[in-house]
Write a protein that binds this ligand. Structure first.
Ligand code: ZN
Length: 283
């Protein structure tokens, strides 16, 4: 066993249960595009801001036209070995749950039970006026029926999944309104500049309170909404472990950082713990 596996295994065992805070890096291997590189630098275009979406109909049209092309890729994404390892750690009692900054629902797909979608979920659409929820897949069918979309292959798709669409397509793009009140529909996610609902934040604090330690996976913690939980855990004397390639904003708070192939390391530890549990069962 490598030294890193040894030390991570020892920590996982000594301070269980842990709560995991996950970011875009975890879903990268599933083909979900990330906004930042390992150094925290932006890739591609700036994502839409909450206020822009709410107040600017042209900006909304642009968002939905690009999203109509990008969504199928997200919809067919599958969990990878890191999602599997976290689900495994929950089953073995090493993990109390996951707080995720990702909106792709891959933790749930992998079998994790206790998951808080900090920034919402992309598979749902919410009405800004009456709060009704609709499935994104229903909306996708509507978008594809009422617009003539170019094939993804004919476009220059950027690393963040956005496509450079011809302006004509964007200005003619039709978007549906809420079937209940004719209001404005928005993906059920927290855009940049938006606010995480208070009950969601409270649920995260409760999950941290119920855990002995906290681990951060695949996030540079560039966004305050995740960073505050690391500070909260550190203030309460809970060990903080970071599994991430590259710098994070909580490096000074952490107990130990694993930045060399952190995801394979975690998968290996989950594997060891599963075997240990099985041996105990049969021994
Ligand atoms: Zn409505």
């Amino acid at each position: 066993m490598s030294k890193s596996v040894d030390s991570l295994l020892a920590a996982l065992t000594a301070h269980a249960p842990w709560v995991a805070l996950t970011g875009a890096g975890v879903s990268e291997a599933s083909g979900i595009p990330t906004y930042r590189d390992h150094g925290g630098k932006w890739l591609g275009s700036q994502p839409i801001q909450h206020d822009e979406f709410v107040s600017d109909a042209a900006r909304r049209r642009r968002y939905w036209s690009r999203s109509a092309l990008g969504w199928p890729r997200v919809a067919k994404a599958l969990p990878n070995s890191t999602h599997d390892a976290l689900a495994e750690l929950e089953r073995s009692g090493t993990l109390s749950g996951v707080i995720t900054q990702n909106v792709d629902r891959l933790h749930q797909q992998a079998g994790s039970k206790q998951v808080i979608d900090l920034h919402g979920r992309l598979d749902q659409v919410r009405c800004l006026d009456c709060s009704a929820i609709e499935a994104r897949s229903t909306l996708q069918t509507w978008l594809e029926t009422h617009n003539s979309l170019p094939s993804a292959a004919s476009l220059n798709i950027r690393p963040d999944g956005d496509a450079d669409l011809p302006e004509q397509i964007i200005s003619d793009f039709s978007i549906p309104q809420c079937s209940r009140c004719n209001g404005t529909l928005m993906p059920d996610v927290v855009f940049f500049g938006g606010t995480v609902p208070k009950p969601t934040v409270e649920a995260c604090y409760q999950l941290i309170d119920a855990s002995q330690g906290m681990m951060v996976l695949g996030s540079s913690l560039s966004v305050y909404s995740g960073l505050r939980f690391c500070r909260y855990a550190a203030e309460r004397g809970k060990p903080l472990i970071i599994l991430n390639e590259g710098q994070t904003r909580a490096d000074d708070l952490c107990w130990h950082k694993y930045d060399t192939e952190p995801f394979s390391l975690l998968a290996e530890c989950a594997h060891h713990l599963r075997h240990a549990a099985q041996e105990q069962l049969h021994g």
